[in-house]
Design a protein around this ligand. Structure first.
Ligand SMILES: C[S@@+](CC[C@H](N)C(=O)[O-])C[C@H]1O[C@@H](n2cnc3c(N)ncnc32)[C@H](O)[C@@H]1O
Length: 379
């Protein structure tokens, strides 16, 4: 509890300075139904009852787990997947500070979850200024009950937040606690002039939080934040879909690469850059005989496998399908090295309902990467 209060107390500003740390700490305990540390949840069908020691830490806690069935031809079975978590409180506060709410701001939150963040917003602005949506009706029902029991009555709705929430528009601030591959056009359409959007823009390889301002012409632009953060991806269905079967190509192309696949997995800054070169790509492990290896998959069946070369220096790469995914990793690596391994805040996004792209250093830069539109999700 003391550690929580100390970290929370450090986040003075538009929200933390107006919400007493004791209240912020006890709200988390009151709003979390069941929650557990990610490491303890791995083999559980549902989250454990939260111990108070876990709630009063600055840790993300898992609050909902579902079992996802494998699709044929895989052997029948299932695997657990987290569909809701209570974000680490200090990250939540950093996002709220970045959102820069002022008196009278109308806020839309996408990803109600436990309602903790909605409660902080209500405390700061008043419930009448807060709208929060979640795709999961069960979460909305629980959050409605618990928020009301604590005196908060924001507008809550069980909808796919990629469509925003038209009845409450226009919004001065939009905050999403689930990650998106690109800014949903509905958010731009429902944003008031000069509105601020704070969201984790990411795919399966990388990404982090961005803060965009919506101009009078409806085009939003802004930079990524310096700090790294990662949220679960926005999904368009209540049911979690297992990965779709992918076409199989069996004419491999072999090469040797100087790019260490571990960089993609473990270096957040490289993963961030590589994401813009591989927007629809997912990675998976391919380790063998104690050596780290990595596979990349795209929905069109393109695949790349990179493992330590058994015969010499470098990594042996095997590529299949219509696109050479590892070639894109090498292009990303070349850019990243030449740019001096830049921090996240050197990059930004420009987003309109017609076109979206990530840029390096400034919106007119020659280094630009288109984001996928219309909005897709990755399985
Ligand atoms: C990290 S949790 C949110 C944490 C929450 N802000 C809190 O304070 O507890 C992410 C949430 O996003 C929700 N979500 C995922 N896809 C969504 C969508 N399309 N629309 C609205 N909510 C969505 C999930 O159901 C989940 O509750």
């Amino acid at each position: 509890m003391l550690a929580f209060l100390a970290t929370f107390g450090l986040c003075f500003g538009a929200v933390a300075g107006r919400v007493h740390p004791h209240l912020a700490a006890s709200l988390r305990a009151l709003l979390l139904p069941r929650a557990g540390r990610a490491a303890d949840q791995r083999h559980r069908a549902e989250p454990a009852q939260p111990g108070l020691h876990a709630v009063y830490t600055d840790e993300t806690l898992i609050t909902k787990v579902v079992q996802v069935q494998f699709r044929p031809p895989l052997t029948p079975g299932s695997y657990p997947m987290y569909t809701c978590s209570s974000t680490a409180p200090v990250l939540m506060l950093t996002m709220l500070e970045t959102l820069d709410v002022t008196d009278g701001c109308r806020v839309l939150e996408i990803g109600t979850g436990t309602g903790y963040n909605a409660a902080l917003l209500c405390e700061r602005l008043g419930s009448e200024y807060v709208t929060s949506v979640d795709i999961d009706p069960e979460l909305i029902e629980l959050a409605t009950e618990r928020l009301a029991a604590n005196g908060y009555t924001p507008t809550l709705a069980a909808v796919d937040g990629s469509g925003g929430y038209p009845p409450g528009a226009p919004y001065d601030r939009i905050i999403a606690t689930c990650g998106v591959l690109a800014i949903p056009p509905a958010w731009l359409e429902q944003a008031a002039p000069s509105a601020v959007i704070v969201v984790d823009v990411r795919g399966k390889i990388g990404g982090t939080l961005a803060r965009l301002t919506v101009n009078h012409d409806g085009v939003a632009t802004g930079r990524f934040l310096l700090r790294w953060a990662s949220f679960m991806s926005l999904r368009h269905t209540l049911e979690v879909q297992p990965p779709a079967p992918r076409p199989h190509y069996d004419e491999p192309v072999y090469s040797v690469s100087a790019v260490d696949p571990k960089l993609l997995r473990y270096d957040g800054k490289f993963g961030f850059v590589a994401q813009w070169y591989l927007p629809d790509v997912t990675w998976g492990p391919a380790s063998a005989e104690g050596e780290f290896g990595l596979q990349l998959y795209a929905p069109d069946g393109s695949r790349a496998l990179a493992r330590r070369s058994p015969t010499g220096p470098g990594w042996q790469v095997t590529q299949y399908g219509p696109r050479r995914l590892w070639d894109r990793v090498e292009e990303a690596h070349e850019f990243w090295q030449q740019a001096g391994r830049p921090s996240y805040d050197r990059f930004g996004i420009t987003a309109s309902t017609a076109e979206q792209y990530v840029w390096y250093d400034h919106p007119e830069s020659e280094h630009r990467w288109p984001l996928p539109t219309p909005i897709q999700t990755l399985s």
